[in-house]
Write a protein that binds this ligand. Structure first.
Ligand SMILES: Nc1ncnc2c1ncn2[C@@H]1O[C@H](COP(=O)(O)OP(=O)(O)O)[C@@H](O)[C@H]1O
Ligand SMILES: O=c1ccn([C@@H]2O[C@H](COP(=O)(O)OP(=O)(O)O)[C@@H](O)[C@H]2O)c(=O)[nH]1
Ligand SMILES: [Mg+2]
Length: 214
């Protein structure tokens, strides 16, 4: 079913990169500065997993623990519903007015089928922020995060599987958008502040271009 909102009215940025690269961290800074609505596909799936009465709870738990990609219909529906809900809140501030809004979609699309389907049926992204660092750095960050995250997949067995999924399944998505000139690659090995400075530069440019065209 088509989304209720008009895709012309939304600005979408996909936020991609390996597990632990720093996607969520950078998104929260962008939310504070630019008023984006931040939708993390992983957070939406974890919330659905916990929701009483959900028929997907067990399926989501297994996919996440194994580092696999949950069937796209589930994730796309959750994202679409969350976008609809945000647009219906009638938020105010830069980029928001009746039926209009700006979104960071974090950790999605992670597989080509999701990318094609979302682009065709929901909306297209103006930009892909791609956070790039080494597996060594990501492993260290995730092990540290695992001390307090309570996540089923922040353990070494799941992390190794997530790295394989990232290389085999998500990198082709990033390469696909790179071929379409949509990817801004940012080294996320450095400090949170330095990564954010580079993030700001690209995001400010996209927002200025959007303003100029509207
Ligand atoms: N640039 C950075 N330098 C050091 N630690 C970072 C950096 N960015 C994020 N972190 C930490 O690494 C962990 C993973 O970051 P997170 O934003 O959750 O990544 P992702 O959403 O890509 O998995 C978190 O504990 C976060 O505090
Ligand atoms: O579109 C998506 C996004 C996430 N996930 C699952 O959710 C997990 C955690 O994703 P999240 O983005 O929260 O992890 P992060 O990269 O931030 O550590 C992934 O490993 C997948 O199993 C999924 O199936 N589809
Ligand atoms: Mg995250």
């Amino acid at each position: 079913m088509a989304p209720v909102f008009d895709k012309k009215n939304v600005l979408v940025i996909y936020v991609l990169g390996g597990p632990g690269a720093g996607k969520g961290t950078q998104c929260s800074k962008l939310v504070d500065e630019y008023g984006f609505c931040h939708l993390s596909a992983g957070d939406l799936l974890r919330a659905e997993q916990q929701r009483e009465g959900s028929s997907y709870g067990e399926l989501i738990r297994t996919y996440i623990r194994e580092g696999n990609i949950v069937p796209m219909e589930v994730t796309i529906k959750l994202l679409e519903n969350a976008m609809d809900a945000a647009l219906k809140e009638n938020r105010s501030g830069a980029g928001w007015s009746a039926g209009k809004g700006r979104f960071l979609i974090d950790g999605f699309p992670r597989k080509m089928d999701q990318a094609v389907k979302f682009d065709e049926e929901v909306c297209t992204a103006s930009l892909v922020l791609f956070y790039q660092t080494t597996e060594e750095v990501m492993l260290k960050r995730l092990m540290k995060r695992g001390e307090s995250s309570g996540r089923d997949d922040d353990n070494v067995e799941s992390i190794k599987k997530r790295f394989v999924t990232y290389k085999e399944t998500t990198m082709p998505v990033i390469n696909y958008y790179a071929e379409h000139g949509k990817v801004a690659e940012i080294d996320s090995t450095v400090s949170v502040e330095e990564v954010y400075e580079n993030t700001q530069k690209v995001v400010a440019k996209i927002l200025a271009a959007q303003e100029a065209s509207s």
